[in-house]
Design a protein around this ligand. Structure first.
Ligand SMILES: *[C@@H]1O[C@H](CO)[C@@H](O)[C@H](O)[C@H]1NC(C)=O
Length: 320
């Protein structure tokens, strides 16, 4: 308990999230920027869900997983962006300690579920490309539901285990968090309890939660790429690759930014740079996902085109 010595012991009830500083010219600009990002993300992901639910051609495990990923992205970005928008608008940057930990809890569950879901999507592509003949028996609606349930339950359990401890922490040092949302490490630094064991525990869980899905994903893609390279006709090769290229781009964006945030040392880089990287991995990945699928995936593009045509003809007949 050496950490507590010599510190002010009055417990803190509220944190101040410093966000992006308090330059008065910057706030409206940032508000607009994040509002546009939030709107595009939610609208784009709702569009994907609507296409997957409404279009019969997209009723396959691959697109069910995609629809569920879009749903997850909406929840994920909604755990912190609305609060950031409100504080940019009103200038009120305080958040209660309990509120902060609850935000951290949901954020953790969703980010863990996302990396597991991305791994499940790679597994689906792996079966489709490396075992095409057995695909229909190995991957069906039931297996797809089981994979999804597995993702949600394990991320829920892992985050609950960490947060049982976080909820019991006392905070009494300083109440300023130099970040734009309640992230784990800035929060833990403010505690006046002994956090060594919690840090070790959460570090192991975070490593496990990142490395296991990353390994599954990499293994799937190594098999996929070797299989694709063995296909002799170039049109066949292109066709096989086109079904997984969108997912590969989403994966690269996700893991690329996560790795940059964790590998770039935080002690020597300026805080601003760290915040900008955090924006990339928290805000931009959910926004990129629908854009990539709508622009690159043939079936999604086709479904979108048909949907728009239907809407237009519906509008015309309504007007007549
Ligand atoms: C999520 O997955 C389930 C089970 O596979 C599926 O029935 C559902 O339609 C999916 N949700 C979306 C929004 O795609």
């Amino acid at each position: 308990m050496g950490k507590a010595e010599g510190r002010n012991q009055t417990p803190i009830a509220e944190f101040v999230l410093l966000g992006f500083g308090n330059g008065p010219e910057l706030q409206p600009l940032l508000f607009l920027l994040f509002l546009v990002i939030y709107f595009v993300t939610v609208a784009g992901n709702i569009l994907i869900i609507a296409l997957v639910v409404c279009d019969q051609h997209l009723h396959t495990p691959m697109y069910y997983l995609l629809g569920n990923l879009s749903f997850l992205e909406i929840c994920y970005i909604s755990t912190f962006l609305p609060r950031l928008l409100a504080s940019l608008l009103t200038g009120d940057r305080t958040v209660s300690v309990k509120g902060c930990i609850v935000q951290l809890y949901f954020f953790g569950i969703l980010i863990a579920a996302e990396s597991l879901l991305l791994a499940a999507m790679s597994y689906d592509r792996y079966l489709a490309i490396c075992h095409p003949l057995r695909y229909a028996t190995l991957m069906n609606g039931r297996v797809c539901c089981q994979l999804l349930a597995g993702c949600w339950i394990s991320s829920f359990l892992l985050c609950t285990m960490v947060n049982i401890y976080t909820f019991q922490l006392r905070f009494c040092d300083s109440n300023e968090i130099d970040h734009f949302f309640c992230d784990f490490s800035p929060l833990i630094k403010l505690s006046c309890d002994d956090t060594h064991i919690l840090l070790l525990f959460s570090f192991s869980i975070a490593t496990l939660g990142t490395l296991v899905p990353l390994r599954l994903t990499l293994t799937s893609y190594i098999c996929i790429i070797t299989t694709i390279l063995k296909i002799s006709s170039s049109t066949g090769r292109q066709k096989a690759f086109s079904t997984c290229s969108s997912h590969l781009i989403v994966l690269t964006v996700y893991y690329g930014t996560v790795i940059v945030v964790y590998v770039v040392p935080t002690t020597n880089t300026p805080k601003v740079l760290h915040k900008i990287f955090s924006v990339f991995y928290t805000v931009l990945t959910p926004m990129m996902n629908p854009l990539i699928y709508c622009l690159r995936n043939k079936e999604v593009k086709e479904s979108l085109r048909k949907g728009i045509l239907k809407l237009v003809s519906f509008g015309n007949s309504y007007r007549r």
